[in-house]
Design a protein around this ligand. Structure first.
Ligand code: PRX
Length: 698
């Protein structure tokens, strides 16, 4: 039910009555009551949630101990230290044996091609995870070791990560869109001794020879005297046995789509498969090592504060940070956020479209859903392949009830109009979610009206790799929604808005978004660099965790994220640092200097506008532009491909030589309202750049 415009109180939308009836948190008052308890009595609140899990030993010391203030000593955060558990046991064994969910589907896998699908139950998943955990142990992987995972979206990826968790090893997953150089950098930083990858996969109709990229990365590691002992390779493209039928009730448009794709596939497979490079000293096939592995594996019991995984995220210096999450706090936080934010119920079919290579895929495709015994879709493909109705066809096919995606995907699909959506049934949908970047109200309303048929609340979840899970978010039945606002804090999270001087602002305000106390899922450190952790998040405003985002709080207390306030930008929901792209550009022999700024983009949200100054003797040709784009793709990955490259014979700088990015952002937008330019060393440079702007996307 949508309230009429005049009753919405400034564009407020509410959940329909049916949703309230069965909701875990059915009203704003109930949310407030639980929130108050979570903040005033964290031990009791989180202690109750922890009781749903299995603990080998309960904690002996304090439930929570922390220091958030750098001026008082080392930043430290410990939840339930001294308790022992195993997260894999809690996700699988507990669900199979205690909750009797062995026959429940854990994942429906939907491949890149419609018609390629598989499913796996909780018991089957447990069995495969135990087998692979034994494989890892046979390869010498022990508690505390790091394992690098570079894989497409296939079930073996989940198996690999849970097998690491079962034996207390840390997984470090690298998104399969990253380049060899990025993979190598991450393997070296976390000292991984083993890599798990796949032969190859299709992203839409593009073949990605993943093993070849992985080999290039391993060669680079070898050159730096850090050879990797073993590489385990899943035969994915070359799988012989495919695959079960999945839900049989296919709608007519989906059946037609499947047929035409199968015909195309049969034709292309005649062309043969790519050659997979192989080094028999290092490489082994997944299916070979799994063949004789035992299906039982005793979990390794770990401290709640032992490290669970490392996940790299962009840092403003250009070098990615290895964000470290620990076992106990992350487990209860991802479990609780998943349950409340998606209002999870046992019969739900849940679909999160994120790749497991990002934090959303860790927390809300793997750990949170499995901790709740949920059934999820794991989708390998792309939103508009083989046609623009693919997402809606999957919702219809599996009767998805809860759907979680990114604003960039919504904006992309919105471009194709309502017809491809309406072709498929969305009757099953109950809750919609977004993550990764601010959602513009136009996209929000389209998602709400066309996709959700004005029946489904939208949870706009604000969080970060560092926060482990949702920190500002509506609860679907409780929170009246305002399009574009992430609304209120989740349980246990205490936000504040600070001004430049670090003063807390009250009521309606705009400033820096910070958090005042830890919640269980907050990161604990930067891998092997605690000082960087302290400097990045706790130094600017002592006593607070600084998000790096700006925000507004309106008169009703709603939070609205206004975007990054550091040198980071968010391309299609993926965080990049301008410094990272600049260093990729200046690594080219023709480039003397580069400055990269964020620029608005209708689908990606933000994109990269690059200014490059060339060395003497080089001309700014089309060819060079292509080389520079290629260079960035090779150094970082396709997500960082520049959209604009402008030749800048000079850059606007202060007299002390600092590049004025504020001015460059205005030039990129052709906005001549430059504000104060009195500190620019050479003002003529600005005019030149305005007159030679890049008008079109490359
Ligand atoms: O700028 C915020 C934006 O994404 C950043 C975190 O990026 P990352 O660590 O890659 O994690 C993305 C997935 C959780 C934040 O600092 N961001 C994330 N969610 C939202 C958002 N901005 C506005 N609204 C959101 N819902």
């Amino acid at each position: 039910m949508v309230l009429p415009e005049e009753e919405r109180g400034g564009g407020v939308f509410r959940a329909p009555a049916e949703l309230l009836r069965e909701a875990h948190v059915p009203s704003l008052d109930k949310y407030r009551e639980l929130y108050r308890r979570s903040v005033e009595e964290p031990q009791e609140f989180w202690g109750d949630i922890a009781k749903e899990f299995y603990w080998r030993c309960r904690h002996t010391g304090p439930f929570l101990q922390y220091n958030f203030d750098v001026t008082k000593g080392k930043i430290s955060i410990e939840w339930m230290k001294g308790a022992t558990t195993n997260i894999c046991y809690n996700l699988l064994d507990r669900n199979v044996y205690e909750n009797k969910l062995g026959d429940k589907i854990a994942f429906y896998w939907e491949g890149n091609e419609p018609g390629d699908n598989m499913k796996i139950t909780y018991s089957e998943l447990l069995c495969k995870v135990c087998q692979f955990a034994n494989v890892l142990q046979e390869q010498g992987v022990k508690k505390g070791d790091r394992v690098s995972i570079y894989m497409p979206m296939i079930i073996e990826l989940v198996i690999a990560m849970l097998a690491c968790a079962r034996i207390g090893a840390l997984h470090s997953i690298v998104f399969a869109g990253f380049s060899a150089e990025s993979l190598c950098e991450r393997i070296l930083d976390s000292h991984c001794s083993l890599l798990i990858t796949a032969d190859a996969f299709y992203r839409g109709d593009k073949l990605i020879n993943l093993k070849q990229i992985a080999d290039e990365a391993l060669q680079k590691c070898k050159d730096k005297d850090a050879p990797l002992r073993r590489c385990i390779v899943v035969k994915h493209l070359g799988r012989e046995e495919l695959l079960s039928d999945g839900p049989s009730s296919q709608s007519p448009p989906l059946k037609r789509l499947c047929q035409s794709v199968q015909e195309k596939k049969a034709e292309s497979s005649k062309k043969g498969r790519p050659k997979i490079p192989w080094d028999s000293e290092v490489d082994v096939w997944w299916h070979d090592v799994m063949k004789n592995a035992s299906r039982e594996c005793e979990p390794v019991w770990c401290d709640a504060e032992d490290e669970l995984f490392i996940l790299y995220t962009s840092g403003s210096t250009g070098k990615p940070k290895g964000v470290v999450h620990t076992i106990g706090g992350y487990m209860i936080f991802t479990a609780a956020t998943f349950k409340y934010v998606f209002d999870h119920h046992p019969e739900d079919i849940y679909w999160c479209t994120a790749d497991i290579g990002w934090i959303t895929g860790h927390s809300y495709l793997t750990y949170g859903p499995l901790a709740n015994g949920a059934t999820s879709i794991l989708f390998e493909g792309l939103p508009i392949y083989p046609d623009v109705g693919r997402m809606w066809s999957i919702i219809d096919k599996y009767k998805v009830t809860k759907f979680y995606t990114a604003p960039t995907a919504i904006r992309l699909l919105m471009k194709y109009g309502d017809e491809p959506v309406r072709k498929y049934s969305r009757k099953s949908l109950k809750v919609l979610g977004t993550v990764g970047e601010p959602i513009n109200p136009e996209a929000w309303l389209w998602y709400y009206r066309v996709v959700g048929e004005e029946r489904c609340p939208i949870v706009d979840t604000f969080w970060q790799t560092e926060t482990g899970g949702h920190v500002l978010t509506p609860l679907p039945a409780a929170t009246p929604m305002k399009p574009g606002s992430a609304t209120f804090p989740f349980f246990g999270v205490v936000p504040a808005v600070l001004d430049e001087a670090g003063e807390e602002l009250e009521g309606e305000a705009e400033g820096y978004l910070v958090f005042k106390q830890p919640w269980p899922g907050i990161m604990r450190t930067v891998y092997k660099n605690h000082q960087r952790f302290e400097t990045t998040y706790f130094k600017k405003f002592p006593g607070y965790y600084v998000t790096g985002d700006g925000c507004k709080r309106d008169k009703d207390g709603y939070y609205w994220i206004t975007g990054r306030i550091d040198d980071m930008l968010n391309v299609s929901g993926h965080l990049l640092s301008t410094a990272e792209v600049e260093s990729a550009l200046v690594a080219h022999s023709a480039v003397a200097e580069a400055a990269v700024v964020s620029h608005p983009h209708p689908v990606k949200g933000e994109c990269l506008y690059c200014f490059v100054t060339l060395r003497d003797g080089h001309d700014f040709t089309k060819n060079l532009m292509e080389e520079l784009k290629k260079q960035v793709r090779e150094k970082i990955g396709p997500i960082a491909t520049p959209d604009y490259i402008q030749h800048a014979p000079g850059l606007p700088k202060t007299r002390s030589g600092k590049i004025m990015r504020r001015v460059l952002r205005k030039i990129a937008k052709n906005d001549r309202e430059l504000g104060d330019t009195s500190t620019v060393a050479d003002p003529a440079v600005i005019n030149h750049l305005f007159n030679n702007r890049c008008e079109t996307i490359l």
